[in-house]
Design a protein around this ligand. Structure first.
Ligand SMILES: O=C(O)CCc1cccc(O)c1O
Ligand SMILES: [Fe+2]
Length: 321
């Protein structure tokens, strides 16, 4: 629907990177101003759109999902944020019945999907809600969808992310609700998230078995990740650099809706070129795929900064149909 304004649009997309180091690590003044402006613009657009329903795609960083049982995707009918770093803790305002109805719709379309009746989420979900609706996460009803972006081989492939988004889109087609789809994460970045290739068995155990970290463990992790951000800002060679070109290409594909072309990207190239956590960008692909493909949508908000101290190719993009 070209010519629709934010206020009359029926469906909108928000792609938004996250970084738990925001507010913890120093940021150059012009970068800070740019991202504050981008977040404020996204918040204004979202509130003008006034969604009646939110579908929130987010990753996890070994707070809610562990290797003992790691689904590629999972819909939550109840969800609680753990409150890592500076993100708020507490329940999300989940649209429980719609979450189950979406799962049913996807199963009927032969997109098998996991369901959690008690999902735990971290800053991968809560930072977007915090920035848009405040610390209380006083949001419209949300359907939270987890996407594994850290544990191979179970990270969904590009084409599958697009298929999920199309399935979500066809579900929304039957609903009279003005819906905002949010993809939280990306773009290029590689923070120090451990893998099962880690030499220390205690670390492998920690990312395998469901557990709640002690206050001291949380503290240590925060310090370790902050130090990694400073190392990247200082150009230390053990940190993978951000890739603004890759990020620009990603945002261009979201803007044009040429998602088949994007899906031609090789899986191995994602981590190699943009860092292991660039797989989080796929949350944008799922969300964007619920809006018309091969269509350039109205895009009133688009901003990008590569910010090494935050370990973030930080992008924000709001579009509507
Ligand atoms: O908590 C973790 O394990 C990693 C956190 C983390 C750090 C920098 C940028 C991110 O996007 C991010 O998620
Ligand atoms: Fe992340």
């Amino acid at each position: 629907m070209s010519g629709s304004t934010i206020a009359t649009a029926r469906r909108a997309f928000l792609g938004m990177s996250h970084s738990p180091l925001l507010g913890l690590n120093p940021v150059a003044e012009d970068d800070q101003i740019a991202i504050d402006k981008a977040i404020a613009a996204a918040r204004a657009a979202v509130h003008e759109f006034a969604p009646e329903l939110i579908v929130l795609l987010g990753p996890d960083h070994y707070n809610g999902f562990f290797n003992e049982l790691m689904p590629p995707f999972c819909i939550g009918s109840q969800a609680t944020a753990v409150g890592d770093y500076l993100s708020p803790a507490g329940p999300l305002n989940v649209a429980a019945e719609l979450a189950i109805a979406l799962a049913e719709h996807l199963m009927d379309r032969h997109f098998d999907i996991a369901v959690s009746r008690r999902m735990l989420v971290d800053h991968g979900f809560s930072q977007a809600l915090q920035f848009l609706w405040g610390d209380e996460m006083d949001t419209p009803p949300v359907i939270p969808i987890f996407m594994n972006a850290v544990a191979q081989p179970g990270i969904a492939r590009m084409a599958r992310c697009k298929a999920l988004g199309e399935g979500v889109g066809s579900f929304l087609d039957q609903l009279p609700l003005r819906t905002l789809l949010i993809g939280s994460g990306g773009l290029s970045h590689e923070p120090p998230v451990p893998t099962l290739a880690h030499p220390d068995p205690a670390v492998r155990e920690r990312i395998t078995v469901r557990s709640t970290p002690t206050e001291q463990e949380r503290e240590l992790k925060t310090e370790r990740v902050k130090a990694a951000g400073l190392a990247l800002a200082h150009g230390d060679s053990w940190m993978k650099p951000l890739n603004p070109e890759w990020d620009l290409q990603w945002m261009d594909a979201m803007a044009s809706g040429q998602l088949d072309g994007l899906c031609a990207m090789s899986e191995a190239s994602i981590g190699a070129m943009a860092g292991n956590s660039a797989h989080e960008s796929k949350t944008w692909l799922v969300a964007r795929s619920a809006l018309p493909a091969n269509t350039r949508l109205s895009c009133p908000v688009r901003a990008y900064r590569a910010i090494p101290s935050l370990i973030a190719g930080y992008g924000v993009m709001f579009m509507h149909h």
